[in-house]
Write a protein that binds this ligand. Structure first.
Ligand code: ZN
Length: 149
């Protein structure tokens, strides 16, 4: 059996900080994040695609634009900082259920965001790479058992 994988690269800018980090990542700071979202299938559609690249951009790209681009992403236990930022800037804070490490952000996209965005396509985002810097990235891959968190 042959598996075909289609990957779309998307970028966004955001601030975050890691609570309990031993070093400077505990400070509020920003990144130019890069997401590479991959969809896999054993067969192609009638046009010859796994999924249209534009559909990934329209759905996941729009979600990133609306929810994470030019925002501050904080752990939901970090609400005191979030409230202070909101008070001073009027900015909306995106609270993640876990500390916003690249790992947890990638897991959130793979397991929480993408299943909602692509449910009608019959396809799942099967793996996702998130770059926090040009040299540092994480990979998350969907479990074949279907026991997504
Ligand atoms: Zn960082």
């Amino acid at each position: 059996m042959t598996t075909l994988t289609c990957t779309r690269r998307l970028e966004f800018d955001a601030a975050h900080r890691l609570m309990q980090h031993e070093g400077k990542c505990k400070n509020l700071h920003g990144h130019r994040y890069v997401v590479e979202a991959s969809f896999s299938a054993d067969t192609l559609d009638s046009v010859g695609r796994v999924i249209d690249f534009g559909v990934i951009r329209e759905r996941l790209g729009a979600w990133l634009d609306d929810n994470w681009d030019h925002t501050t992403i904080l752990y939901e236990k970090d609400r005191a900082l979030g409230a202070a930022i909101s008070d001073k800037t009027g900015q909306t804070i995106f609270y993640l259920p876990e500390n916003p490490s690249a790992e947890n952000m990638a897991l959130y996209l793979l397991n929480t965001v993408c299943p909602k965005l692509f449910s009608d396509t019959g396809l799942a985002c099967t793996s996702l790479r998130l770059y926090e810097t040009p040299n540092c990235f994480v990979d998350v891959t969907a479990s074949l058992s279907g026991s997504a968190a």
